[in-house]
Design a protein around this ligand. Structure first.
Ligand code: AMP
Length: 285
């Protein structure tokens, strides 16, 4: 079935109210489009768990910094709609900037602490844009649950915190990272990579695997692990590290000694393309 395409907030809210009144559940997958298997993994989880699946496609300008790739961010709505149809999406919410940010819009939703490190440190204002658009869009789609990818680990935790703090009436589900056959985490931005860069981009995942194996051999000092990861990534000719960090998996605070559940997260420029990846581990104590 072809998904219904809804472009206005009013129509989406009316439809969501109708679905909820009829006793059906709504599973929601927010995306910026240019869909790949990572997004489809989220949609499949929603399809299994909800009566009605809503996918949003919106390249949110407020989460891009002035020197980032907003203008050239890849877009292909026709293709996305085709994939969404194949996956059994019921509704695509596809608003314009004017619809989401009309003249006179002045509100920002901000989560502190969790947004300070990692991507928050290198992309000032990014998470304010993310939380503001998510708060808005949750109020428009009114889902029972929304699915986010572990690929954007910090984003998922920030959204979960916002939902808790603002008592938003939905559940946040976090889905595993979907990867290419060679290990590269799927991303809409992978299309920017030249063949050489595509090869070097494997260093992100490989450095995480390197960290895991060093930790498995009983290394517990995070700076030793991080140093080895940095050396590995920097050995590639097109890579430039934005950050490589080992943090507590809940608070996202950097840790000196590995213990409990930790997140190893990194952002690396491969050529001009900034890619992220991460792994969650719990070393035996
Ligand atoms: P984006 O369109 O990049 O904003 O991503 C929309 C959602 O898809 C976010 O919740 C991402 O975390 C998730 N996502 C993107 N890539 C992947 C991936 N490779 N594996 C799992 N989830 C992903």
């Amino acid at each position: 079935m072809t998904p219904r395409i809804i472009k206005t907030i009013h129509e989406m809210q009316t439809e969501s109210n109708r679905i909820q009144t009829s006793g059906k559940t709504i599973g929601f997958v927010p995306t910026m489009g240019f869909l790949h298997e990572g997004h489809l993994g989220l949609i499949r989880i929603a399809r299994k768990q909800a009566d009605v699946v809503v996918l949003s496609i919106y390249v949110n300008p407020t989460q891009f910094g002035p020197n980032e790739d907003l203008a050239k961010y890849p877009r292909d709505f026709e293709w996305d709609a085709k994939l969404a149809a194949q996956e059994g999406v019921d509704i695509i919410f596809y608003p314009t900037d004017e619809e989401m940010y009309p003249q006179g819009f002045v509100t920002t939703v901000r989560v502190d602490q969790l947004t300070e490190g990692l991507c928050g440190a290198s992309r000032p204002g990014h998470f304010d844009g993310v939380t503001t658009i998510c708060a808005k869009i949750f109020n428009v789609v009114k889902p029972n649950f929304a699915i986010f990818g572990q690929k954007d680990a910090q984003q998922a935790l920030v959204i979960r915190q916002m939902v808790r703090d603002l008592n938003l009436d939905l559940e946040i589900v976090i889905a595993p990272i979907v990867r290419e056959a060679d290990g590269l985490a799927m991303s809409s931005r992978n299309v920017y990579l030249s063949p050489d860069e595509r090869q070097d981009a494997l260093a992100l995942r490989q450095s995480l695997q390197l960290a895991e194996s060093i930790i498995q051999q009983s290394e517990r000092n995070t700076s030793v692990v991080l140093q080895k990861m940095r050396e590995f990534i920097e050995s590639k000719s097109t890579t430039k590290i934005d950050y490589v960090e080992i943090v507590d998996a809940e608070s996202l605070q950097p840790i000196a000694e590995l213990s409990g559940k930790v997140l190893i997260a990194l952002a690396v420029f491969v050529g001009k393309t900034r890619l992220i990846d991460n792994v969650l581990i719990e070393p035996p104590s």
